[in-house]
Design a protein around this ligand. Sequence first.
Ligand code: HDL
Ligand code: ZN
Length: 416
Amino acid sequence: MISDKQIMRILVDRAIEETPVLDMHTHIYTPCFGDLLLYGVDELITYHYLIAETFRYTGMPYARYWAMSKKEQADFIYQTLFIEHTPVSESCRGVLTVLRKLGAPVGGSLNSIRDYLKRFSREEFVDKVFELSHVDRAVMTNDPFDEQEHAVWRSGYVADRRFVPALRLDGLLVYFEKNVDTLVRRGYRVSRALDETTFAELRRFLEDEIGRMGAVYMAVSLPDTFRYPDDSVATRIIDECVLPVATRLNIPFALMIGVKRQVNPGLLLAGDAVGKTAIESIERLCADNPRTKFLATLLSRENQHELCVMARKFRNLLIFGCWWFLNNPSIIDEMTRMRLELLGTSMVPQHSDARVLDQLIYKWTHSRSIIAAVLKDKYADLMDTGWPLREEEIRRDAGLLLGGAFEAFLKLRFEE
Ligand code: HDL
Ligand code: ZN
């Protein structure tokens, strides 16, 4: 006789496994963007997380690594992290999960893995990754100031429903000075003076880009030093441009805060670190703009509890993901338990942040198993109260946690 809880656990595993994911933040691209879409084992192994880990074992000058070819870099990382050391880190384990799911020779030589993967064309590989990861749609990070990407939006964009656009605003909010000339060249009457004309033209720019892309939200990655409000360019453009457009179009403004940029420039993209966010900035934005929707993910573990409390106070705030340095089993487990206990299913436990297409496979395989484990414990507690948990509730919750809560938030409109 199997117990009710054993049946529950089987139903949770099945629901989480069978529910397709809407991945709300990634760095992958629709195939029409060409080599902006990174995929394959050499890209997987030279992911900046593994670069940082590799340099812990070598005194090699950074420049010597950067002078290598992509293949040589991958060979060096594989030799260091997988042969000379045991690949126990989450980034290394992720590579191996991808290879296992693809049927590649895990533990084999890198050349044998490369040879195995030659069987897929680019299009077949995209299909294979979405099939194995069971991701239904992935939201992109679309930077209007990336000239290579912008050219495709201008001509050559071919929509693929699996890739959902999102407008990235770092070029406006963090690097405005650098991009003024580009905006002028594109026909926007803006100036560094940040006068009314500039604000109006920046609003027009945002609406043009959102319309061109069909962006589902506007996002920005802000440093740990970000404060709102203050007398910075960022605050002024947020107040005069981003918030009015987000409210008028009813699309969320996604705040990703806490990066301490380039603490070690020699590591390039791997050189960023983490700092604690001033949670009051989130509080003020949500409190002062009750009709505007905000998404938020913070990079510091120390911010996670107060971010959950903020979400309890402000219904126009949806918190999401275990971002970057938090995307490790021990912390995903801790954050998902805390969020379920404080917010129920009104939160988004995970996004992949996949930068290489293949990563969808491991980031979701690993996170699905943690989300399932946490749900089982929570349901067991619920069943101990005598609540008659039903399978349709388990399936409903799996749908909400794996993208449904995000999708419902996109549709929400706050009138007052
Ligand atoms: O700013 C971001 O969206 C971050 O996710 C960065 O891209 C970071 O380099 C990253 O890839 N984190 O996972
Ligand atoms: Zn990201």
